[in-house]
Write a protein that binds this ligand. Structure first.
Ligand code: ZN
Length: 326
């Protein structure tokens, strides 16, 4: 089943900034290497600007925004910068930047004038942003991450949301604590902010109970607000032992009303230097690299119509971003 694919999350940029000689074409190194993306018929790949919470996070953020434009400049036959309001440039791959952890916009010490300047500078370098997530696993000045239960939306998080409003940039709930997700929904509605809410690379707690996965309550609220949700391919978030749980997560997304929300958000990153050995292997063979989308869609053809498969593979994401940038 070959459908065009729009994937909502990979960490190619953080790999490239850590290993400046790394080759985005090398399939031995990263599961979203270009040949895999081509085999998987990936038409748009969101590339996250990722950083953890540390004093150099703003340099790392800006460095990855520069690497994003370098990819287009160095490999003009392969990549172009995806514009939601323009046609695709097939057979090239459209890359679309996103920010995973607002530490890349503002470290813990930065003044607000510096944060606004960094925000504008990154946006200028990458053109558009597919989304911003305020946090990653840990806490920062904006709020609480996945593993910091009890820490919600802070005043700086509110201020950043207010700056995002009306700029056609979604907020991503994939790395929030539950309290932060709740705070984001509340602040957007109480202040009437124009910010769509998505979960770029998250599965469902109803299928696999993990802090990185979404409760049905949050997933349904995203669906109700016409946001999108990308299914994550990592073993830890699917089910440690059962690869086929992937299909249950996707079908659950459809069942909770997300037929027009469910997308892919594979989450391929450089795993070779990851310290926690319990996480190995990171991916089941079923989802081990970006060439696997056609076989995954083939398997889902037992449960979903061709129209539904097409929506899942890319149409839901295309529709979401077209509407936002119209
Ligand atoms: Zn992530």
């Amino acid at each position: 089943m070959t459908f065009p694919v729009f994937d909502l999350h990979c960490d190619l940029l953080s790999y490239l900034i850590k290993y400046p000689k790394a080759d985005p074409f090398n399939t031995e190194k990263i599961a979203c290497a270009v040949p895999f993306l081509q085999q998987g018929n990936v038409k748009v790949q969101v590339c996250a600007i990722y950083t953890d919470v540390r004093s150099e996070s703003m340099q790392l953020g800006l460095g990855q925004a520069e690497l994003f434009s370098d990819l287009v400049r160095k490999y003009p036959e392969t990549f172009y910068s995806y514009q939601p309001d323009s046609d695709l440039k097939e057979p090239k791959i459209g890359i679309f930047a996103a920010i995973e952890n607002a530490a890349g916009i503002g470290n813990e010490e930065a003044k607000w004038s510096e944060i606004y300047r960094q925000f504008d500078l990154i946006l200028e370098k990458v053109g558009q942003l597919a989304y911003i997530s305020l946090t990653h696993h840990t806490e920062n000045r904006f709020g609480g991450g996945n593993y910091t239960e009890g820490i919600g939306l802070k005043d700086d998080g509110k201020k950043l949301l207010e700056y995002m409003s009306g700029k056609k940039i979604p907020i991503d709930l994939s790395h929030t604590s539950d309290l932060l997700a709740e705070g984001i929904f509340n602040h957007i509605s109480s202040q009437n902010l124009k910010i769509p809410v998505i979960a770029s690379h998250s599965n469902y707690r109803a299928i696999w109970n993990h802090k990185r996965n979404l409760s049905d309550e949050f997933a349904q609220e995203i669906v109700r607000q016409e946001g999108i949700i990308g299914v994550n391919f990592l073993r830890a978030f699917l089910d440690n032992d059962v690869p086929e749980r992937l299909f249950e997560h996707i079908l659950h997304g459809f069942e909770i009303g997300g037929e027009k929300a469910q997308c892919f958000g594979a989450d391929f990153f450089f795993t070779k230097d990851f310290p926690d050995k319990n996480r190995h292997p990171f991916y089941f063979p079923l989802t081990e690299n970006a060439s696997k989308y056609p076989s995954i869609l083939e398997e889902l053809n037992k449960n979903l119509t061709e129209y539904q498969l097409q929506n899942l593979a890319s149409e839901n994401a295309f529709h979401f971003y077209h509407k936002l940038h119209r």
